[in-house]
Design a protein. Structure first.
Length: 750
């Protein structure tokens, strides 16, 4: 039972850092929880505040602390709920309470809300006419113009008057002082969907869709709250299911949050929701300013909207009567935060839903291994949709062995078969997409003759190539899980070929090769360079959709969620690229990307074809993606995770130690690992400690980064180790120059 409570007396955002400590009296010890609103003495007054942390240590002189007086009686305000959620996040993901609060409570805008002002007549029209005659007599033309206009239309926007009528603000104010007109001002919270036109429509659900909706709603009606995993092939109509569920929940006076990865949050998606729900919907996106985001949260709090759509952070929309959280494309790594606290939106959504009595629906065509594992274990309720709404067949998929191409003397990135099919498409006026999976460009080394990839003998992840430190030396191959190192090979250790190197082709190079090979083709390229601006991104997409190009070359950006009906060929240039990143999710990502890429072909009338080029055609993520067989992939992958003790079978905690000098970082990591080892031995728990090793990016901005990996079965044990590590590094002066961060079950490497 904690002795002290840390309290924020004013939740106005800028002051989040300003907390006060109070002693918890015996009679409140059992009941006091993070998030609760309490009454405390403050100077000579009594005020209310929120408990943001319970602790046994205070910096302040214990004697001078005052007692918490009581727990406030009112119903739970939304702030209490969000603070409690922040407390849960802090506990489960590490970091400070302040980090957590800043994540869940939006920063208040410094700028004022946009004010909407209009002007009305304040006098009877008869009197106004007399006044008008007076102005005309005195040649007060601006005043006359304004009155004339107001006699025609009883209310005018401030902007119309100062713009079209060219009447200045001071003239309006002068008339207001005379009592002739009245300025009406209302604070307007910017409505991001306000400019859209609605075309209400509702599809009648098919049998599969209806079954899913019925299952969830009958639970919901019975008061059962659950997490559902909706596994539905692309085009099976998941979005229609979401909308039907939302319609039901909101008609009962509750609210809904829909999380969609930013990249899939397209105009079309927003329109589908808007068409059905109109102004009750709002959206968030990362291009909004903090002020705009704050506005949307304010609208939610005031009850002006009941559906929020957005990426990860939309999860914290301050709805108090939340009935439903939907996470579309739940397998997307972007649902994991890469800044402290490194929370996963899926787990956090489930926690938030539990606190408020809401249901959660996770949707995907290729569920994450984590979620499918939980569904198998009965923790989530699995629902499936196997039919595409318009009964379009899935595309035909071929795998091309690039080793064979090399043997035949073709050293190009385009195989003979892919070239042939591209020629056909150009002849028939159909479109091709070429996908270069760049996620894996972290420098693995592979043999182009036999496909062999250099791996760590201890961790079964590929080694990363670090270029030579000095001229004349060879590069080093490093394992980012355990620190193992070996020199860069000159020949393949398996077949002896000299074609062993890091894979280098980028999208630009591919574009050059394609233009050389098909001079007549119109080519578009989409990658980080061509899409710096949002306009760039949308220009390329709409250009390609309007058939202004024959071939679109791109990174994963092009495989997510866009519908191009004239694409009948998708080529994956080197499927292995994502297979050999030093991350245990490599196979999972590869399977997902290949399945998604394949899903781009044949969305229109013509059937589609997919060509997957690879140096590793027997790899299960490639063979199962070819067959679009999720179950088969899952079986193999979960067996691998089991053998390697990786999540979701076990849990993994990565502790990062960062410092300005390599010695400080290394020494801090070494001592922490040692201390953790002693703690583990004493606790009798089965935990394996791996490392310290260099982080995948070992130095950023002159900050050196070391990592320690801890694997165990119970998540709760890892939380205890985090608490222990926080205490150890806080109490120990040697760590004053070492930054410590935690990542539980990392999804993007560390
Ligand atoms: P998913 O999200 O599973 O990929 P969508 O919800 O986007 O699928 O549906 C795919 C297409 O089918 C969309 O154009 C959608 O409007 C249409 N659609 C979905 N359900 C129905 C239905 N019951 N009747 C007619 N069209 C539907
Ligand atoms: Zn080889
Ligand atoms: Zn290793």
């Amino acid at each position: 039972m904690a002795k002290y409570a840390r309290i924020i007396v004013d939740i106005s955002q800028e002051k989040l850092d300003k907390t006060f400590d109070y002693r918890i009296p015996e009679r409140l010890k059992e009941r006091l929880k993070v998030g609760m609103q309490v009454v405390v003495p403050f100077g000579s007054r009594k005020i209310t505040g929120y408990v943001i942390e319970l602790t046994d240590e205070v910096d302040y002189d214990e004697e001078k602390l005052k007692d918490v007086l009581s727990i406030a009686k009112d119903s739970i305000p939304i702030e209490s709920h969000l603070i409690a959620l922040a407390g849960w996040m802090r506990q489960n993901y590490g970091g400070t309470m302040n980090h957590a609060l800043k994540t869940v409570i939006p920063i208040k805008a410094k700028k004022k809300q946009v004010e909407h002002k209009s002007v009305k007549l304040a006098v009877h029209p008869m009197e106004a006419k007399n006044q008008l005659a007076e102005y005309q007599r005195k040649h007060s033309t601006a005043r006359a113009r304004l009155l004339e206009a107001l006699l025609e239309e009883t209310e005018l926007d401030w902007e119309v008057i100062t713009g079209k009528l060219a009447v200045t603000g001071s003239v309006i104010r002068a008339l207001e002082e005379q009592g002739v007109v009245k300025v009406i001002s209302e604070t307007q919270y910017r409505n991001p969907v306000g400019h859209l036109t609605r075309q209400g429509y509702v599809h009648e659900l098919n049998e599969e869709q209806q079954h899913v909706v019925d299952t969830i709603l009958s639970d919901y009606e019975a008061g059962v709250r659950n997490t559902y995993l909706l596994k539905g092939v692309t085009g099976s109509g998941k979005t229609e299911v979401y909308m039907e569920l939302i319609a039901h929940v909101t008609s009962g006076g509750k609210q809904a949050i829909v999380l969609i990865p930013e990249i899939a949050l397209t105009y079309q998606t927003v329109m589908r929701f808007y068409n059905r729900f109109g102004d009750r919907v709002s959206i968030l996106n990362s291009r909004m300013t903090p002020g705009e985001r704050y506005d949307q949260f304010t609208r939610a709090k005031k009850g002006e909207i009941d559906i929020m759509i957005g990426p990860r952070s939309a999860l914290f929309t301050p709805f108090l009567n939340l009935g439903l959280i939907i996470i579309d494309e739940e397998h997307e790594p972007s649902y994991k935060s890469e800044t402290v606290p490194r929370y996963h939106a899926r787990e956090t959504a489930i926690e938030r839903a539990k606190m408020l009595g809401a249901s959660v629906v996770l949707g995907s065509a290729t569920p994450s291994i984590d979620s499918y594992y939980k569904a198998q274990a009965g923790e989530y309720h699995l629902l499936t949709m196997e039919k595409r709404v318009h009964e379009k067949p899935l595309p035909v998929c071929e795998v091309i062995d690039l080793r064979e191409e090399l043997k035949r003397g073709n050293r190009s990135i385009l195989s003979e078969r892919l070239t042939e099919l591209m020629e056909e498409r150009l002849r028939d006026g159909q479109q091709t997409m070429l996908f270069l999976n760049r996620r894996g460009m972290s420098g693995f080394v592979s043999c182009r003759a036999c496909g062999h990839v250099i791996k760590c003998p201890h961790c079964d992840v590929s080694l990363s190539l670090h270029s030579a430190r000095n001229y004349g030396e060879v590069g080093r191959m490093v394992c980012h899980y355990c620190g193992y190192e070996e020199p860069e090979p000159q020949n393949c250790p398996v077949c002896g070929s000299k074609y062993i190197s890091g894979f280098k082709a980028g999208t630009e190079k591919v574009e050059m090769i394609v233009k050389q090979r098909f001079p007549q083709a119109r080519v578009l390229r989409m990658d980080m360079d061509t899409t710096r601006s949002k306009e760039g991104y949308e220009q390329i997409l709409s250009g390609f959709a309007n058939r202004e190009a024959d071939i679109l070359i791109g990174t994963q950006m092009i495989v997510k969620g866009h519908d191009f009906p004239h694409v009948t060929l998708v080529g994956v240039l080197a499927a292995d690229l994502s297979l050999h990143v030093s991350d245990y999710h490599a196979s999972e990502r590869t399977f997902q990307l290949l399945t998604q890429a394949a899903g781009r072909a044949g969305r229109g009338e013509q059937p589609g074809e997919v060509v997957i080029q690879t140096y590793d055609p027997e790899h299960y993520s490639i063979t199962t993606a070819k067959e679009q067989d999720y179950e088969a992939f899952y079986e193999q992958e979960i067996a691998y995770r089991e053998i390697m003790c990786y999540p979701p079978v076990w849990n993994l905690l990565v502790i990062l130690c960062a410092s300005r000098t390599e010695e400080t970082a290394a020494e801090g990591a070494r001592r922490l690992a040692e201390h953790a080892g002693a703690w583990i031995t004493a606790s009798g728990k089965k935990v394996s400690v791996i490392g310290p090793a260099d982080a995948a990016v070992a130095k950023v901005n002159d900050i050196y980064k070391k990592v320690i990996y801890l694997k165990t079965q119970e998540y709760a044990t890892l939380v205890k180790i985090k608490d222990m590590a926080e205490k150890f590094t806080r109490d120990n002066r040697d760590y004053k120059d070492v930054m410590i961060q935690f990542d539980f079950n990392p999804v993007n490497g560390f």
